[in-house]
Design a protein around this ligand. Structure first.
Ligand SMILES: Cc1cc2nc3c(=O)[nH]c(=O)nc-3n(C[C@H](O)[C@H](O)[C@H](O)COP(=O)(O)OP(=O)(O)OC[C@H]3O[C@@H](n4cnc5c(N)ncnc54)[C@H](O)[C@@H]3O)c2cc1C
Length: 590
C-alpha cells in the first residue's frame, strides 16, 4: 500500500491537538502503555487562560492519572473556598445588586460535593491545565511534536495515513497510525475531513476577551469569587449573557468577557478601547492596569451527532462547540478522552473487538448535546435578571438607572421587583451550581450490560443534584472505605480505574473472584478484584459502601477502566464464571 510505504513515522495513535482533550488523551494512552504521538500546530500550549472551572469528575480523571497529577493541579489552582461568591453588580467599584453562592460554596452544596467525590472542584486556568496534562503525556512516553500542523488524512482497512507539516522547516511528511484522534478544537479540520454531522448553529453571539493585570483586591477581598457579573447598558448584547470580570489569578490577573452584536462588524481592539472597557466594568476611571492580550471570539451552539468515522475519532471542542457558561468546555473535553482512551487501548491490546469503539459515539454524543444545550440555555437564563432590573436592550442610561433604583422603593411594586430579582439570581444555580450536569452521566451502549432493573429515577432535579447509583452505565459511586492492613481511607474510585476492569464483591462473593481469575487467561484480560468486608482487603467500617452498592454481599459490580459500571449482579448465581464471561464478551465486543 502506497501510504504505508511512504509513511515515515509509525505509531498506534496519532492525536491532533494539545488542548485539554488532546493532552488528556495522550496522557491516558501513554499511561496505559500505548504508543501515541500528539501534535499541535502552535509552538506553545494554551497561551491564554480560557477554560478554568475544573469540576470534580475531571479531577477524578487527573486522580486516576496519579495522585501526583491531581496534586499538581491543586497546587496551581484557586481553591474552591475562593470561588463561590458569585456577584452581580453595577461594576466592581459600584453597587452590588445580588449574589448567589456558587460552585459548591453553599454549605448544602459543599456537603453534596464532599459526599460525591474524593476530588475537589477548583479553578485551574487552561494555561496550567494543559502543561500538567502534556507533561504527564510526554513524561510517560508520548511523542509530542509542536509546530506541527495536520493537513489531511486517508484511511483504509488497517490504519490512517496523516499528512503533517513541520512549521519550522515547511516540510510535509506522513504518519501512519492505527487510529487518528482529532482533538483540534472548535474549527476542527479532522471533523471537517470526516464529514462529522454537526447539529445546531455556529456563530450565535459575538464576544471579546480582555486579559489584564491589576490589583483589584480592594473590590473583592470581602466577597471572593471567580466571576463578577456586571450589569451595565450593553451588558445584555451578545457575549455570554452579561458582562463579566473573571478572576484568573487571585487577585491581580483578570479576564473581561464583553459581548458585541454579531450582526455588526467586531469592534477594533485598540489599547484605548480595551482599557476603556476594563475601566468601565471595574468602575474605576483611574485604574492602573496592564493589558496582556485581547481577542474576539464567537459563541457557538453546535454539537456532533457522530464522533467517529472508521478509524478516526473527534473529541473536545471538535465535537461540542458552545459558550463557556457552566464551565463545561475543558471538563467535557478531558472526559471525552477518558471515555475513548481505554477503549482504544483495549482494542490495540486485543482485549476487545473493534465494535467496542462504536460505544464512544453512543456514550459521548448525548453528553455533547446535553452540555451544548445547557451552556446556551444558561445564557438565556440571564434574561429574567435583566427583566427584573428593567434592562430591555436599550442604552438609555437614565431609564435603566431609574428602573434599577425602583427596586429600592417601598411599596408593593418595589417588593415585587426585589422578589423577581432574588428569584432570577437564585435561578442561576443551573449555571453556577449544577452539580448534576457535572456528575450524573449515565451511559447506554454496547459497552454496558443491563441487569434488568429499571433506571433509577432522579429524586431531585437531575441538573442540580448528583444522584449516585450503581445502575449499569453510571459512574461508580464514591464512598470512603478503609484498608484493612493500614486503616488508610481509600475512595472506591481509587480501587478501580488505571486502565483496568475491576470486579467488586463482598463476603460470600469469592466465587466471582475465582471466575475472574480463571477467565483472565482465556480472555487475555487482567481483571482486578476487590473484596470489601470485615477482614477482607478493604473494610466498610461506616457502612457507606453497603448503602451505596445496590447489591448484596454475594453480588458483584463490574467496573470499567473509566470508573463507569459495566454490569452488576445482585447476588451470587449458579454459574458465576459463565455469567461473567457472557458479560465480558458483550462489553468488550468479543
Ligand atoms: C477565546 C476563547 C475563550 C474561552 N473561554 C473559556 C472559558 O472561560 N471557560 C471555559 O470553560 N471554556 C472556555 N473556552 C473553551 C475552552 O477553552 C475549550 O472548551 C477547550 O479548550 C476545548 O479543548 P480542546 O482540547 O477540545 O480544544 P482546544 O483547546 O481548542 O485545542 C485545540 C488544539 O488543536 C490544535 N490544532 C488545531 N488545528 C490544528 C491543526 N490543523 N494541526 C495541528 N494542531 C491543530 C491547537 O493547536 C490546539 O492544541 C474558550 C475558548 C476560546 C476560543
Amino acid at each position: 500500500m502506497k501510504e504505508m510505504n511512504t509513511a515515515e513515522i509509525r505509531t498506534d495513535i496519532l492525536v491532533i491537538g494539545t488542548g485539554p482533550a488532546g493532552s488528556a488523551c495522550a496522557a491516558l494512552l501513554a499511561t496505559y502503555g500505548v504508543e501515541v504521538m500528539v501534535v499541535s500546530k502552535f509552538r506553545w500550549l494554551a497561551n491564554t487562560p480560557r477554560a478554568h472551572i475544573t469540576n470534580q469528575r475531571t479531577m477524578e480523571v487527573l486522580r486516576d492519572l496519579g495522585r501526583e497529577v491531581e496534586n499538581e493541579a491543586y497546587l496551581h489552582a484557586t481553591a474552591q473556598d475562593l470561588m463561590g461568591e458569585n456577584v452581580f453588580c453595577e461594576s466592581l467599584a459600584g453597587e452590588e445588586i445580588g449574589r448567589m453562592k456558587s460552585w459548591g460554596k453553599h454549605p448544602l452544596s459543599r456537603a453534596a460535593h464532599h459526599l460525591a467525590s474524593p476530588s475537589r472542584m477548583n479553578d485551574l486556568p487552561q494555561t496550567f491545565m494543559e502543561p500538567i496534562l502534556y507533561a504527564t503525556a510526554c513524561g510517560r512516553g508520548a511523542q509530542g511534536r509542536m509546530s506541527t500542523e495536520y493537513l489531511r488524512h486517508e484511511q483504509d482497512a488497517d490504519g490512517v495515513t496523516a499528512t503533517l507539516r513541520d512549521r519550522l522547516s515547511g516540510r510535509e511528511y506522513q504518519v501512519r497510525a492505527k487510529y487518528l484522534v482529532g482533538a483540534d478544537g472548535g474549527n476542527s479540520l479532522v471533523a471537517e475531513h470526516i464529514g462529522t454531522p454537526i447539529e445546531g448553529r455556529m456563530g450565535v453571539g459575538g464576544s471579546m476577551n480582555i486579559l489584564f493585570r491589576a490589583d483589584l483586591s480592594r473590590y473583592v477581598a470581602h466577597r471572593p469569587s471567580v466571576l463578577y457579573w456586571v450589569m451595565q447598558p450593553g451588558a445584555d448584547v451578545g457575549g455570554i449573557g452579561m458582562g463579566l470580570v473573571r478572576m484568573v489569578r487571585p487577585w491581580n490577573e483578570w479576564l473581561i468577557v464583553w459581548g458585541y452584536d454579531i450582526s455588526e462588524p467586531p469592534p477594533e481592539m485598540s489599547p484605548e478601547f480595551t482599557a476603556g472597557v476594563v475601566r468601565q466594568l471595574v468602575g474605576d476611571p483611574e485604574l492602573e492596569m496592564e493589558i496582556v492580550s485581547s481577542s474576539i471570539w464567537t459563541v457557538h451552539n453546535a454539537y456532533a451527532t457522530e464522533m467517529r468515522k472508521g478509524r478516526v475519532f473527534i473529541m473536545g471542542d471538535a465535537a461540542h462547540r458552545h459558550p463557556p457558561s457552566n464551565g463545561l468546555g475543558s471538563n467535557t473535553s478531558i472526559q471525552d478522552a477518558y471515555n475513548l482512551a481505554w477503549k482504544l487501548a483495549a482494542v490495540l491490546r486485543g482485549e476487545a473487538g473493534e465494535k467496542l469503539l462504536e460505544s464512544y459515539t453512543a456514550e459521548r454524543a448525548p453528553v455533547a448535546r446535553q452540555i451544548v444545550t445547557r451552556a446556551n440555555q444558561s445564557i438565556a437564563e440571564f434574561g429574567p435578571i435583566f427583566d427584573a432590573l428593567g434592562m430591555d436592550g436599550g442604552d438609555d442610561i437614565e431609564k435603566i438607572r431609574a428602573s434599577m433604583d425602583a427596586r429600592c422603593d417601598p411599596g408593593p411594586d418595589g417588593e415585587k421587583q426585589r422578589a423577581a430579582l432574588r428569584d432570577a439570581i437564585a435561578f442561576k444555580k443551573y449555571e453556577f451550581d449544577a452539580h448534576g450536569v457535572e456528575m450524573n452521566h449515565r451511559y447506554r451502549s454496547s459497552a454496558v450490560v443491563a441487569d434488568g432493573k429499571p433506571e433509577p429515577e432522579f429524586e431531585r432535579d437531575a441538573e442540580l443534584h448528583y444522584q449516585p447509583t450503581t445502575w449499569p452505565g453510571a459512574r461508580l459511586p464514591h464512598v470512603w472505605v478503609y484498608e484493612r492492613d493500614t486503616g488508610a481511607r481509600v475512595s472506591t474510585l481509587d480501587l478501580c480505574g488505571g486502565g483496568r476492569f475491576t470486579l467488586f464483591t463482598g463476603i460470600g462473593g469469592e466465587a466471582w473472584l475465582e471466575a475472574a481469575e480463571s477467565l483472565g487467561g482465556p480472555l487475555g484480560l487482567s481483571l482486578r478484584c476487590r473484596v470489601i468486608g470485615p477482614r477482607r482487603g478493604h473494610v466498610d467500617h461506616v457502612g457507606d459502601w453497603a448503602r451505596a452498592r445496590e447489591i448484596s454481599d454475594t453480588g458483584c459490580l463490574l467496573v470499567r477502566p473509566d470508573q463507569h459500571v459495566a454490569w452488576r449482579c445482585e447476588k451470587m448465581v449458579e454459574d458465576p464464571r459463565g455469567e461473567l464471561e457472557r458479560v465480558l464478551r458483550a462489553v468488550l465486543s468479543r
